[in-house]
Write a protein that binds this ligand. Structure first.
Ligand code: SAM
Ligand code: SF4
Length: 332
């Protein structure tokens, strides 16, 4: 097997694929309340096209696939798609990121289709604040979704919370406290300048280090656990059943040095870096009748274009064509 290795020696093992740009929430940092102009169905990758890309990437050493969106559970046929992805030889980990609203009725089918785990995005433990940040009153559906995922063995369920000063900084300890009694992983993600936030959110950002300090102030020094293939550093409060993940996408010095990821957007672009407009169109060539070897060569080219680092720093405006890059198309 010839692995996919970029020009900086990083080997690609993890692929995130966004299967839809549509969403049933309007998280303030991600999507405007009015919604966005949805991409017409014919410009979104079909499941067959996604499988074709995935087969090649897995053949070239991708071990972990994350299905994301928009809201991936909104796309019809996702359960069948998961069972097909699950049959690809060489895949070691298949997971999904969801807002959790549709998770309760789907958890069993997802597990049976071969999904291993889920990450559920939940930025607050307060139903009113949830309605504020997402513009939808659906906190209890998400909680039921988390419970159903756990009961069906999609575990450990990981909870993704974007840390936002003035919104949920007072809840960091409460999230951490959950891990004392529940076998969950609570992951804090730094707010990134993408989607509805196109400038470095100086006032709203809380760094991974600040989050760790605030947890240690309350619970004492954290134990460091082994990292997986993902971007998080993993810790545990001594004696806790669950764990805590910290993702310092902006503040961590060598975050990019260990990056092993590529992304496929709902519209069929290979994005070598979340923070870069650089991309390679796979959809057009595939629909133009490209052969598998040629598609593989395009994927290699995408990997070669992976920048050494994202270069996002304080005060810097990230996307020159603000609003073009959407988390809901790229998938986070
Ligand atoms: N709709 C699904 C969900 O919310 O889990 C999957 C897609 S969503 C784009 C994936 C993740 O990106 C979510 O955890 C979300 O909170 C995160 N996200 C979106 N915009 C972000 C931003 N500006 N900074 C940090 N995380 C962001
Ligand atoms: Fe939808 Fe996820 Fe974006 Fe929230 S973060 S608007 S749930 S895509």
């Amino acid at each position: 097997m010839r692995p996919l290795i970029d020009l900086h020696g990083r080997r690609i093992r993890y692929l995130r694929i966004s299967i839809t740009d549509r969403c049933n929430l309007r998280c303030r940092y991600c999507m405007p309340l009015s919604g966005i102009r949805w991409v017409p169905h014919e410009r979104v990758l079909s499941y067959e096209e996604m499988l074709r890309i995935l087969r090649i990437c897995i053949k070239r050493g991708v071990e972990k696939v994350r299905i994301t969106g928009g809201e991936p559970l909104l796309r019809k046929g996702i359960v069948d798609f998961i069972s097909q992805v699950n049959t690809i030889d060489g895949l070691r980990d298949l997971t999904l990121t969801t807002n959790g609203i549709l998770l309760e009725p789907m958890a069993l089918q997802l597990k049976e289709a071969g999904l291993r785990r889920v990450n559920v995005s939940l930025d607050t433990l307060d139903a009113e604040k949830f309605a504020y940040i997402t513009h939808v009153d659906a906190f209890h559906e998400v909680i039921r979704g988390i419970c159903a995922a756990h009961e069906q063995g999609l575990s450990p369920v990981k909870i993704n919370a974007v840390a936002i000063r003035g919104f949920n900084d007072g809840e960091i300890s409460d999230f951490a406290q959950l891990t004392m009694t529940l076998p969950l992983q609570v992951r804090f993600i730094e707010l990134m300048p993408i989607g509805c936030i196109t400038k470095y959110p100086e006032n709203e950002n809380i760094s991974a280090t600040q989050i760790k300090e605030s947890i240690e102030q309350r619970f004492g020094p954290l134990e460091t656990l082994e990292r997986g293939l993902g971007p998080a550093w993993i810790y545990r409060i001594p004696g806790a059943r669950g764990s805590i993940g910290l993702i310092g996408a902006l503040s961590e010095r060598d975050f990019c040095g260990s990056c092993n990821r590529i992304r496929i957007t709902a519209t069929g672009n290979l994005r070598p870096c979340l923070f870069s407009e650089e991309h390679i169109d796979l959809l057009g060539p595939m629909r133009g009748g490209i052969l598998d070897e040629e598609l593989e060569a395009l994927i290699e080219e995408g990997v070669r274009r992976k920048p050494s680092g994202h270069g996002v720093c304080r005060g810097m405006e990230l996307f020159h064509e603000a609003g073009r890059a959407r988390m809901s198309d790229i998938g986070g």
